[in-house]
Design a protein around this ligand. Structure first.
Ligand SMILES: Nc1ncnc2c1ncn2[C@@H]1O[C@H](COP(=O)(O)OP(=O)(O)OP(=O)(O)O)[C@@H](O)[C@H]1O
Ligand SMILES: [Mg+2]
Length: 232
């Protein structure tokens, strides 16, 4: 579905992504791991067109994504839920959700699915988004991404700054997205939990993919265990 080939990205003269190859197949959940500053956010932004590619290619369902305007990419089915919540605080939960639904077809059913899956949002549909708790706002931000009816949903650290119970809900939600047929590519700091719900993982360090394996092998990989799981 998503094919990234030999991708390099620079900010001015500073190159931060080097020859990255990544593939995400339809229906998969794939995680992108790596330390702070590795280039994870940059990579996600490049897929969405918020940062230009320096060289290399990105195709989505066979189409050259780099030739599609950033604002048209969600219509192709590529949606990013960026780091931080960025909701419209003075609008209600429901307004935040419906504003993201760019097509009428499937809109009602998607909203119903969100309210069934996240009853907390249903209870608060008339509340101003800015007055909700951090966890509720994050769920609303993810739900807003779902309202765009993505084929590929990318999430950049969706559980950042959330309490453990809410983190669990975020991971549950990602699994439900897969059941709904949405392909997921996500960045998370919780390595073990991420590899448990993903089928494969990519490890990005210093802008390069240093490891790419199925999740089970990655969980058993000595380097991953020592450096990312703190298990000797
Ligand atoms: N707009 C920018 N201009 C210049 N350099 C940038 C810009 N955005 C990011 N960088 C640099 O690019 C590198 C990768 O940053 P990026 O945000 O992609 O990392 P990350 O893996 O998402 O890190 P984190 O885990 O902290 O979110 C860093 O060295 C960062 O300082
Ligand atoms: Mg980041």
């Amino acid at each position: 579905m998503l094919k990234i080939e030999k991708l390099s990205v620079s900010y001015g003269d500073t190159q931060v992504i080097w020859d990255v190859d990544i593939e995400v197949k339809e229906g998969e959940v794939v995680t992108l791991l790596g330390p702070n500053g590795a280039g994870k956010t940059t990579l996600m932004k490049t897929i969405c067109g918020l940062v230009p590619a320096k060289s290399g290619g990105i195709t989505f369902l066979g189409e050259d994504l780099l030739k599609i305007n950033p604002w048209d990419r969600p219509k192709k089915g590529v949606v990013l839920i960026p780091e931080g919540r960025k909701l419209f605080g003075k609008m209600t939960v429901e307004e935040n959700l419906t504003i993201a639904a760019w097509k009428e077809e499937g809109k009602k059913e998607t909203l119903e699915w969100i309210y069934d899956t996240l009853p907390r949002l249903a209870e608060r549909r008339k509340q101003l988004a800015g007055t909700m708790s951090g966890g509720e706002q994050q769920m609303c931000a993810i739900a807003r991404g779902i309202m765009a009816q993505p084929k590929l949903l990318m999430l950049d650290e969706p559980s950042l700054g959330l309490a453990p119970l809410i983190v669990e809900q975020v991971f549950d939600l990602i699994q439900k997205l897969q059941e709904r047929g949405i392909t997921v590519f996500f960045v998370e700091q919780f390595v073990e939990q991420s590899l448990k719900i993903a089928s494969r993982g990519y490890l990005l360090e210093g802008g390069r993919i240093v490891l790419h394996e199925d999740s089970k092998s990655m969980l058993n990989n000595d380097y991953v265990r020592q450096v990312y799981l703190g298990i000797a």
